[in-house]
Ligand binder design. Structure first.
Ligand code: NAD
Length: 374
């Protein structure tokens, strides 16, 4: 069986598997073909892949010969068409939000797996690329803010006077938010955090941050630990509370998302205008509508001296460890579908079925089925 690894598009510095992960894969009695220069942006040379036991090939050969094609970003339809009919496509295909591609895969009777669909269950935790990449984004967002801020993060007592610690407000205390809290605390900032889920409060406090309470949030125990949409009345109350905290903050990092929906708007224009000049907002939800009214995806906007950075794929800014984590998640998933050096797709397994976009001309993941029926 041949497993192919393609070079990602120009704006994607990560690679699906680094050489160390390739070495593990090869010990499972499979061949790994890597596109030339696939790992160069993550500082993994073709030589290192060869030392790990991989073969270096041209893209066209990999597309045509692979039994399993591993990537991060989705490849284009004309490239999918070049794969052999039984070839399985795997990546972060964003299948729920890309109906065109999903319909194409179903119509062409392709077998495809989309890593963002990995169920968020305890057993699947080691395969959860969303958590891994959110860890990278939360960490990097704080470093980016610290770099832009015209002040120190920690408190300093120096001969030139004392410096008070910066005040950081984190909105959304999920995986990215908790990592942002931990990173900002390590840098010595005074951290406040807010989430609609009461379960997040304990985690926020355990990281040494203060929890901003806004009573009256709607929670749904059936939502798998995720947030649900809030009432207009609650959202207004929340915006007012955030407004009060934002005026005292030096940095705001927003991470609030609701799966399958537009991100909630938490920071209004009046709030940005009320903030101290020099403050920085990093909006990690910019690509799904933004938590800040003024943020623009992949752009930095400045209003009254407040810089609002709308970040998209922040994980690609730290390609080495992001690829390492991605590869580990992949290996843990591949353990479920590779037996004795061959593909063995057991759709009775909830993780295999939950991650599968389509097989044999039919959608498999229940949310994909629902999306295509609507
Ligand atoms: P996410 O990226 O969907 O959202 C980020 C955070 O934003 C969440 O904590 C959410 O509650 C919060 N949020 C949403 N709307 C908000 C609003 N109006 N105001 C303030 N905050 C708001 O979520 P995530 O970080 O991927 O994960 C959230 C939760 O999912 C985790 O804390 C955990 O309970 C669960 N989870 C489980 C697993 C697993 O078991 N494998 C893995 C990852 C996450």
């Amino acid at each position: 069986m041949i497993i192919g690894i393609l070079k990602e598009p120009i704006d994607e510095a990560r690679v699906a598997l680094l050489p160390e992960a390739v070495k593990t894969l090869i010990s499972w009695k499979v061949s790994v073909w890597v596109e030339n220069n696939a790992g160069s942006s993550a500082y993994a040379s073709d030589e290192l892949y060869k030392e790990a036991g991989a073969e270096i090939h041209q893209r066209a050969e990999i597309l045509q010969q692979s039994d399993l094609l591993l990537g991060i970003q989705a490849i284009a339809e004309d490239e999918i068409a070049k794969m052999k009919p039984s070839g399985v496509l795997m990546g972060q295909l964003n299948a729920l939000f890309n109906p065109e591609l999903t319909n194409y895969l179903v119509k062409e009777k392709r077998t495809a797996f989309s890593m963002e669909l990995v169920p968020r269950t305890t057993r699947a935790q080691a395969m959860d690329v969303l958590s891994s990449m959110a860890t990278v984004s939360g960490y990097k967002a704080v470093l980016m803010a610290a770099d832009l801020l015209p002040r120190f993060f920690p408190m300093f007592m120096t001969a030139a006077g004392s410096i008070t610690p910066s005040r950081v407000l984190i909105l959304g205390a999920g995986v990215a938010g908790l990592q942002a809290i931990a990173t900002a605390r390590r840098l010595g900032a005074s951290v406040f955090a807010f989430d609609v889920r009461q379960a997040a409060k304990e985690e926020v406090l355990s990281l040494g941050a203060k929890f901003v309470d806004v009573e009256g949030a709607t929670e749904d125990k059936g939502a798998g630990g995720y947030a649900v949409e809030q009432s207009a009345e609650y959202l207004q109350k929340q915006k007012d509370t955030i407004h009060e905290h934002a005026m005292k903050a030096d940095v705001i990092i927003t991470t609030a998302q609701i799966p399958g929906r537009k991100a909630p708007q938490l920071v209004e224009e009046r709030t940005v205008r009320a903030m101290k000049p020099g403050s920085v907002i990093i909006d990690l939800a910019a690509s799904s509508g933004g938590n800040c009214a003024l943020s623009q995806p992949d752009q930095t906007v400045e209003v009254n001296g407040v810089r609002i950075v709308g970040v998209g794929n922040l994980a690609a800014n730290m390609p080495q460890d992001a690829s390492k984590m991605y590869g580990k998640n992949y290996l843990n998933f591949l353990k479920l579908i590779i037996k004795d050096g061959n593909l063995n797709l057991n759709f009775e397994d909830d993780i295999v079925a939950g991650t599968c976009v389509c097989h044999d001309g039919k959608p498999v993941n229940s949310r994909i089925v629902q999306m295509l029926n609507n």
